[in-house]
Design a protein. Sequence first.
Length: 258
Amino acid sequence: MLPTPARREYRRALRAWHAGVAAIIADYRARGVDHGDVLSLLLAARDEDGRPLAERELADQVATLVLAGAETTSSALAWSLRLVAEHPEVERKLHAELDAGPAGEPARWQHLAQLPYTAQVVSEALRLYPPAWAVSRTTTRPLELGGARLPAGALVVCCLYLLQRRPELFPDPTRFDPDRFAPGAVHRDAYLPFGLGATRCPGDRFGTVEATLALATIAGRWRLRPAAEGPVRPQPRLVLSPGPQPMTPTDRINGPAG
């Protein structure tokens, strides 16, 4: 490949990225402390022969967590906070749950059992605004799909944003209603923010727990209101982003500063 300015910049950025990941791993090793997080688990992991993960395997895992798990989760959280702010009844139910649980302190794994409605809020936000708004799959054999005959090797693109708003699958589909995901609710295979089957995102549980705990921590302490009026226009980039979302916080624990 020609050493164009864009490619040289990409290689410089890649080297900086690899150096940053290596520094994170080296710092954890030097401290020798179990932080109770994913990287600590990866460092402690051993295969069936008792061998730890190789440096490249560790680096790839860290890179995947940061690149695949940061922007997607932050998008889900941004949408959740915006939707809660726009729906007072949902906000009241959410605050009631948090006030009876971990309000005022960071929500942790052990709090999850106290946060069923918070998890429903995240699930409904993921239905309306799935970060991975479109996914592609390749057919492994000839088949007919929606009346069209497809050969093996055909690329099929599924828009999850549209699928999860179909009224025959989700009645009143544009309404934000976390109770759609109340215990016992069944959505067959229509709810696919993480894909389905063998290609389902392996970080689905991690991502939803992370977003749920983050929402509980923020909403437990703060009441947020959009700084500007008007609807939000989704920005269909690699991740379905709400774009910049300035919010005005009010402290729910200590009240207004004065």
